[in-house]
Design a protein around this ligand. Structure first.
Ligand SMILES: Nc1nc2c(c(=O)[nH]1)N[C@H]1C(S)=C(S)[C@@H](COP(=O)(O)OP(=O)(O)OC[C@H]3O[C@@H](n4cnc5c(=O)[nH]c(N)nc54)[C@H](O)[C@@H]3O)O[C@H]1N2
Ligand SMILES: Nc1nc2c(c(=O)[nH]1)N[C@H]1C(S)=C(S)[C@@H](COP(=O)(O)OP(=O)(O)OC[C@H]3O[C@@H](n4cnc5c(=O)[nH]c(N)nc54)[C@H](O)[C@@H]3O)O[C@H]1N2
Ligand code: SF4
Ligand SMILES: [Mo]
Length: 697
């Protein structure tokens, strides 16, 4: 049989690697990195290979399911939609639009068929109850960018190929392959950077894979980044190192920031971050002295009480040292399509606003059109006008991915109706009344809407489907528009993805067409990042806002937190594994094999004190929650801190994940407190949570 070779962009993480998928008939016979890809140049990680397993997984849903008398039965698309129409439309008519909530998960960021069409569904529903994984992840970074530069997606990324100094906090790109920084083969790029004399410093409570490959690792107290960052900003002013250069002309608030950080001396900050004052001062000098470099912070800095403040301070360090928007520093990508910061009049705009509405029960402000996902449960549980009665879950598994999933699980059972768009019957979709399956990624076309706005180099790439979808199986965008049309018939008229992409490319800054992108084997390289200030700015002032009022107001809370005695106990942090993708890839054989990964990492000194040996089972307690996990001793983790990966706990009844259930692991989110948030962004606190640890006997 003839072997065919297909170019396919990987949708499994933010690195967006180009892959070569080889097929014979309807079988995948091999997957490797696509050498011709202008952006990823043949790089692939273990997850890239798993597209074959995902395509073939017998547990992956291929027909809609309807729950009848408590059990799922296969149904046709028309039957599934008839059921949805009968029940969902009635709920909206009886209780109003806010009674229908929508929750959107991470894979949607990787699918044009979801990302570009979900907004149309939300519009059709007219609901304000929109929740997403963004408030478990990057909302602080988006709000920080919005306040400082005027748009939620004006996020600066390290220009790693020209960078000589990288200070990295709360990120592990050796494993995650980068986040809010699309950078395939971080390992190779970091190695090249060091070979040309560059220096990488990693700040993390754990000596991660990224830290081990860096020049220096600094262990930080979980949740302590805000103190370290303030110590650095203070030092820049204190030692006359604040030299924004070209940016001074485009920056408001330098003096205000100088005054505001006066009390935050490195000496005072030690108690909060655990990093001594001399080291804080040295880091500030290194950054200021480096000709080309920057600070980059990610997940670990966002999932904290001061997530937004951290993000603002990281960008402030880059501005104050002249590292923002400069080659080799933190630069703004210019995407070929879909980037709001290339649309409209350049140089100024409306800026961002939060709190245009508030959540009904806790009064949390809307941010970027969303409410904090940790408040979904109470919106379902709490009776009264505006109560959430029905839920549409799209590529989301909040039962595992959010703190206190057990509570959410109970709440979902109390809904009048739930529909999941998902490819598995899993911990969350088991609660649905109807499940509508998506396609295998190999049956779908691909154009990244979000990640070219976050890429270390500009590019435009497209890949077509490898296989035709099974007859009668709609694309996800068709499913979304069919849902939307139940509430707004005009939604059905929205064009398909190819037309959307073509339009966006034509109106984009390079004036490309989809045909041009398709015609180029491996995509079109659009060159290294270029300076974009002032053109990029969309603040009302037309300047960078270095000291927005939100930043200044938060400093009082930092002072309070510094004065609050820290309770005794161990602090729990998370971690990712090369062979994981949040909660949903443990069913794929190529990723599931190998040693047990859901282990509790612990420093030997703590283990000794707690009476735990390597391999022993520890009992973790937080509030009423409790779980058991096997201990793995390592000096990589600072003492006083333990680490469990998230996304495990595949032993819940009613799921259909046969492989994952063989080694279910435990759900670390069961221990986390759903009341802890960064109040500015609504982002959940997922790190540095106090737990009690005991031997299991
Ligand atoms: N403790 C702790 N919790 C965390 C994190 C942490 O670091 N620590 N990380 C957080 C982060 S960063 C994120 S982004 C969230 C993720 O939170 P979620 O998005 O809720 O979780 P995922 O595990 O990504 O689950 C995605 C769901 O999409 C489904 N899916 C996969 N592909 C497709 C597809 O093509 N179409 C459709 N329709 N469905 C699909 C999967 O079956 C799964 O049900 O988790 C967060 N939770
Ligand atoms: N293999 C794999 N890749 C993934 C994913 C996956 O599940 N598996 N998930 C994807 C998703 S959704 C995302 S958002 C990205 C995230 O990608 P990254 O932002 O790189 O996130 P992590 O790998 O979780 O690394 C976060 C680091 O923060 C550290 N940390 C924890 N608490 C603190 C703290 O208080 N301060 C500091 N400074 N550090 C802290 C942790 O030890 C960890 O090393 O990864 C993506 N890529
Ligand atoms: S690094 Fe990410 S995009 Fe690249 S092959 Fe691995 S999972 Fe796919
Ligand atoms: Mo994420």
């Amino acid at each position: 049989m003839e072997t065919l070779s297909h170019y396919r962009i990987c949708p499994l993480c933010e690195a967006c690697c180009g892959l070569e998928v080889r097929t014979q008939g309807d079988k995948v016979i091999g997957i490797r990195g696509a050498g011709q890809d202008v952006f990823s140049h043949g790089y692939i990680c273990p997850k890239g290979f798993s597209l074959k397993d995902l395509h073939e997984d017998p547990d992956r849903l291929r027909t809609p399911l309807i729950k009848r008398d408590g059990a799922f039965v296969e149904a046709s698309w028309d039957e599934a939609f008839a059921e949805i129409e009968r029940r969902l439309v009635a709920i909206r008519e009886q209780h109003g639009p806010d009674a229908l909530a929508l929750v959107l998960g991470n894979p949607s960021a990787h699918k044009v068929g979801l990302l570009a069409y979900v907004p149309r569904l939300i519009k059709a529903l007219g609901t304000r109850n929109f929740f997403s994984a963004s408030t478990l992840d990057q909302m602080p970074k988006q709000l920080g960018a919005g306040l400082m530069f005027g748009h939620w997606l004006s996020i600066a990324v390290p220009d790693i190929e020209r960078c000589d100094y990288l200070l990295m906090l709360g990120a592990n790109p050796m494993v995650s392959n980068g986040s809010l920084w699309t950078v395939p083969d971080y390992r190779g790029k970091a190695k090249a950077m060091r070979e040309r004399g560059g220096r990488i410093v990693v700040v993390d409570p754990r000596r991660t894979e990224t830290a081990a490959q860096a020049d220096e690792h600094l262990a930080i107290r979980p949740g302590g980044d805000v103190y370290l960052l303030l110590g650095l900003v203070h030092t820049l002013f204190d030692e006359g190192l604040a030299k924004p250069g070209r940016l001074a002309e485009w920056t408001n608030g330098i003096e205000a920031l100088r005054e505001a950080v006066l009390p935050f001396t490195p000496e005072r900050m030690v108690a909060g971050c655990g990093i001594d004052a001399a080291t804080q001062r040295r880091l500030a000098r290194e950054l200021a002295d480096a000709p080309r470099g920057c600070v980059y912070g990610r997940l670990g800095t966002c999932t904290q009480r001061f997530g937004t403040l951290n993000s603002l301070l990281i960008d402030a360090l880059n501005v104050l040292t002249g590292k923002l928007d400069a080659p080799g520093g933190a630069m703004f990508p210019k995407a070929a399509a879909f980037a709001a910061n290339t649309a409209g009049a350049p140089g100024s705009g409306r800026g961002v606003r939060t709190g245009r509405h508030a959540s009904r029960v806790s009064g949390a402000p809307e941010v970027f059109g969303e409410l904090p996902i940790t408040l979904l449960a109470e919106e379902i549980e709490t009776a009264g006008a505006g109560q959430v009665k029905a839920l549409i879950a799209i590529a989301a598994n909040p039962v595992l991915s959010t703190p206190n999933g057990a509570r959410l699980s109970r709440a979902l059972e109390g809904l009048d109706f739930m529909v999941s768009l998902d490819i598995y019957l899993n911990e969350t979709s088991r609660h649905a009344d109807v499940i509508l399956p998506g396609l295998s990624p190999l049956e779908d076309l691909h154009y990244d809407v979000a990640f070219p706005q976050l890429s270390h180099r500009n590019h435009a790439r497209f890949s077509g489907p490898v296989f035709a979808p099974p007859a009668g199986q709609p694309q996800e965008w068709e499913t979304l528009l069919r849902l939307a049309a139940l509430f707004d018939p005009e939604a059905a008229a929205m064009p398909g993805p190819e037309a959307l992409i073509d339009q966006a490319l034509r109106h984009g800054p390079y004036g490309l067409t989809l045909d041009q992108v398709k015609a180029s084997d491996g995509g079109i390289d659009l060159g290294p990042l270029q300076p974009r200030i002032p053109e990029l700015l969309r603040t009302p002032s037309g300047r960078i806002e270095l000291a927005p009022p939100q930043l200044l107001a938060e400093l009082a809370h930092v002072n309070e937190a510094l004065l609050t005695p820290q309770p005794d106990g161990m602090l729990l942090i998370g971690r990712r594994d090369v062979r994981s993708g949040n909660s949903w890839m443990h069913n794929l054989p190529v990723l599931a094999k190998g040693p047990e990964r859901c282990t509790l990492l612990m420093n030997p000194t703590d283990a000794e004190r707690l009476g735990l040996a390597d391999g022993a089972i520890a009992r973790l307690k937080a509030g009423a929650a409790e779980l058991l996990a096997p201990v793995a001793l390592t000096t990589d983790l600072m003492s006083g801190v333990v680490s469990l990966p998230h996304g495990w706990g595949h032993d819940l009844p009613g799921s259909r994940l046969s492989r994952a259930a063989e080694r279910p692991g435990v759900n670390m989110n069961a221990l986390l407190d759903d009341r802890l948030r960064d109040p500015l962004s609504g982002n959940a606190v997922l790190s540095g949570v106090l737990v009690e640890i005991l031997p299991s006997h």
